[in-house]
Design a protein around this ligand. Structure first.
Ligand SMILES: [Zn+2]
Length: 369
């Protein structure tokens, strides 16, 4: 049967082409980091990735079901890997990697890899947010340009995600966008690095946006895209092993690389918001260490907990961004008082926001977002 896309935003051939590669990346997930390292160096490993793309494209439009298409792509790729292993001039580490990947391809299946990752993350996020959680539906679609307009050589993360606003009272949609360039027929560069970054991208949506109680999150929000993004990283770190112990090393590594890629964009509002919000979160973390005597890890969790609670308070994003702007060293004394109260369980998170609208306190702000 011809391909049928489960996502209205993906043409059937595109769905199947992504599915075949994602199925291979999933099966070889314990070797994804080395795979990426070798791709960066070029040579035989980069060529086998291109061959995988060609085969995925080849079988994307064939009149067979998904299972058969994935099986055929894998068979063709195994043959290519075997041929590559026959080369006399092959770097020994590349040879080992290709052998390992070929062995792992004995077990490939065609379950929707995007939904599998998403479902695991939503289970954790739902437990974290409790009653404030909205049930999200996953959409997958393509975008015509790279999320940051870069080349995939310098930025292989050709995926991005968003949660359209406003969500329903109890439900939300998370859209995953994968870059596809019409200039190159059927070309999208969805490789192992982009696959390994899916968990952090979807964790960001589920921690920062799905349960948010505030007005529309703008890209410039130092709270929604900055401090809460830092919090998303804390939970990604905690959840990665439970989500998929075999993918966890690559997922953690690529989450960190993506963090660097996104934070170096000081020329965009989103990049600035992220940098300022992350810095504010680190300042608050240090404050918990110095002022409350918590250890570094406990302090990190305190910031994450406060972020999660503030995200559930139905207040304007401007108030929440203002709170972030107050997190410069030294913290305003009135803010310290409220934070002591919150840490000792005497004050709710909303007290922090009640305080930041105080005019007098505004004058104490060390810096603004
Ligand atoms: Zn966001």
């Amino acid at each position: 049967m011809p391909a049928i896309s489960p996502y209205p935003g993906l043409e059937p051939w595109m769905w199947r082409s992504l599915l075949a590669r994602a199925a291979v990346f999933h099966a070889t997930r314990t070797r994804l980091s080395q795979f990426c390292d070798h791709i960066d160096k070029g040579g035989a490993v980069e060529l086998v990735l291109r061959h995988l793309e060609l085969q995925a494209r080849e079988w994307a439009t064939c009149d067979v079901d998904d299972d058969t298409a994935v099986t055929r792509v894998v068979e063709a790729w195994v043959a290519q890997l075997t041929e590559t292993l026959g080369l006399r001039q092959l770097d020994p580490t590349a040879r080992q990697l290709i052998e390992d990947m070929r062995d792992l391809l004995h077990c490939v299946h065609s379950h929707d890899p995007f939904r599998r990752i998403f479902t695991g993350i939503t289970a954790h996020a739902s437990a974290l947010y409790g009653d404030s959680w909205r049930t999200p539906t996953l959409g997958v679609a393509h975008i015509r340009r790279h999320p940051r307009g870069d080349s995939t050589r310098s930025d292989p993360y050709v995926v991005t995600a968003m949660t359209p606003w406003p969500p329903d009272i109890a439900e939300a949609v998370v859209e995953l966008y994968i870059h596809h360039d019409d200039l190159y027929i059927h070309h999208d560069d969805f490789g192992p690095a982009a696959f390994a970054a899916l968990p952090i991208l979807l964790t960001h949506e589920c921690v920062c946006h799905v349960p948010a109680r505030q007005d529309r999150a703008s890209n410039e929000s130092t709270f929604a895209e900055g401090l809460l993004d830092w919090v998303a990283y804390v939970f990604h770190e905690q959840w990665a092993g439970k989500l998929d112990v075999e993918l966890a090393p690559a997922a953690r590594r690529h989450a960190e690389v993506l963090r660097t890629v996104l934070s170096r964009r000081t020329d965009t509002a989103e990049g600035r918001a992220r940098r300022i919000g992350h810095e504010a979160a680190e300042t608050l973390r240090s404050w918990f260490e110095v002022s409350c005597g918590h250890g570094p890890h406990e302090s990190k969790l305190a910031v994450a907990q406060l972020g999660v609670q503030l995200n559930q308070v139905d207040r304007s994003l401007a108030d929440k961004d203002h709170f972030v702007s107050l997190l410069g060293w030294p913290l305003p004394p009135a803010l310290e008082e409220v934070l002591y109260g919150w840490d000792e369980g005497r004050a709710p998170a909303s007290a922090v926001l009640d305080l930041v609208v105080d005019r007098e306190l505004v004058g104490h702000a060390g810096r603004t977002a």
